[in-house]
Design a protein around this ligand. Structure first.
Ligand code: HEM
Length: 416
């Protein structure tokens, strides 16, 4: 196998590598930290080095104008540094506190139940991507933001187009002009839509996150209209494909490891641990980028000020210095944690929501489906590099347990 860094990054960006990038990631980790002379990226892939960069105050997340991504970036949380980032994160953070998110549990369970009931009616074989994993997070975040049901499909389309936004420029010319135009069109669509919704909620507040964000403020500090619109777009985009991929990567890992599926079926209380293991073993957010604010030393390598840095989180999550048998999927392992939500100031704002959704989805999958089997030839991956996962995953099954579906709706019927 070649160890030329540019060739390895080219292979990582190749759609043919999408189903299994882990061999390429292993070689990159072993060679890291290392500079790719073609793209100019400093590749960081060991767990300790990734954490050091993510937690370093001397590292910037402002990718606007840095040429690090193909698609132009917006001034959203992900792309801001302190003090602007600190202020926005504090205001938005109120809507994502664990006790606020916990209130949504009955709705998330009910949405899972509705989707699985639809699958049960179809019988036999179902595409878990289009019937369950993708619609679930879109419905959840749309309901949280107060977007009416009739508009959810157009949101799913825009959110999909915009998912290219975070892909780093690993190889020149990977995205064509049409894809970039689709991103711009989706952003404009979102901006127009949310502007109107913000006007409506400002006049008539409801029990949704948008009303909470409009009201969020300390002293005279409030989110401006532009900040609100950009925040709404980010929440939808950041919480859609990532969560869908967490569910799909989890379903796939369970189907490929029937012993682990059996453990979860026998003890659904393991679902939280299973979600953590999927975030480690097959992370939906495979990589993030940074820019060195000043000269920096990482893993013994000196990095010049202004250098773009590629952090391969999915490689760091399988670092043998941290995990025993890192390539083994084991929902009971509980060793060493992971960087599936990154770390430091930009640690995922939606992690509590993502964990809630995925825990409900994976325990529902394990308990409701009888004799589930992966239809191997159906498996297909999306082309995105940074947020990676399947867009088709068919499962055949002999039935869906009505008792398991009944149990899913129980909380809403008690509280609702
Ligand atoms: C499995 C699901 C998810 C994964 C794997 C994930 C992963 C990540 C990662 C790796 C980052 C850090 C980006 C960076 O440092 O450059 C991040 C940031 C963020 N995520 Fe998530 N995310 C998930 C779900 C969600 C959800 C459901 C929401 C909200 C609805 C959300 C909202 C955000 C926001 C707003 C940020 C930016 C935080 C900041 O820059 O301060 N994410 N996420």
């Amino acid at each position: 196998m070649t160890t030329d860094i540019s060739a390895l990054l080219t292979r990582l960006a190749d759609p043919a590598t999408r189903p299994d990038p882990y061999d390429t990631l292993r070689v990159l980790r072993e060679r890291s930290p290392v500079l790719d002379p073609v793209s100019g990226l400093v590749v960081v892939a060991r767990r300790a080095d990734c954490e050091a960069v993510l937690r370093s105050p001397g590292v910037s997340s402002d990718r606007r104008g840095a040429g690090i991504t193909v698609v132009p970036q917006q001034p959203n949380l992900i792309n801001l540094d302190a003090p602007d980032h600190t202020r926005l994160r504090r205001l938005a953070g109120r809507a994502f506190k664990p006790r606020v998110i916990e209130r949504w549990r009955p709705r998330v369970e009910a949405i899972a139940r509705e989707l699985l009931t639809g699958i049960a009616e179809g019988g036999g074989t179902a595409d878990i991507a289009s019937r369950f994993a993708y619609p679930m997070p879109v419905r959840v975040i749309c309901e949280m933001l107060g977007v009416p049901r009739r508009d959810h499909p157009v949101f799913e389309r825009w959110a999909h187009a915009i998912a290219y936004t975070v892909d780093p420029r690993l190889v020149p010319g990977r995205l064509d002009a049409e894809t970039i135009a689709d991103v711009e069109e989706a952003r404009e669509g979102f901006a127009g839509y949310f502007s109107e919704l913000i006007d409506a909620r400002a006049k008539d507040p409801r029990e949704d996150i948008l009303s909470e964000l409009i009201a969020a403020g300390e002293d005279e500090d409030r989110l401006t209209r532009t900040e609100l619109v950009i925040m709404c777009i980010l929440l939808l985009v950041a919480g859609h494909e990532t969560t869908a991929n967490l569910i799909l990567n989890g379903v796939l890992a369970l189907l490929r490891h029937p012993d682990q599926l059996g453990l979860l079926r026998d003890d659904p209380a393991l679902a939280g641990a299973a979600v953590e293991e999927v975030l480690r073993y097959d992370a939906p957010a495979q990589m993030v980028t940074r820019i060195a604010g000043g000269p920096l030393t990482v893993g013994g390598m000196e990095i010049a000020a202004g250098s773009p840095i590629l952090l391969l989180l999915a490689a760091a999550n399988r670092d043998p210095d941290v995990h025993e048998a890192p390539d083994v999927f084991d929902i009971t392992r509980g060793d060493g944690g992971h960087l599936g939500f990154a770390a430091g100031a930009h640690f995922c704002l939606g992690s509590v929501l993502a964990r809630l959704e995925a825990t409900i989805a994976l325990s529902a999958f394990a308990t409701a489906f009888a004799d589930p089997v992966l239809v191997r030839e159906s498996l297909r991956y999306r082309p995105h590099i940074a947020v990676r996962g399947p867009d088709r995953l068919q499962v055949s099954f002999s039935g869906i347990s009505p008792e398991a579906l009944e149990a899913l709706g129980a909380t809403e019927r008690v509280h609702g």
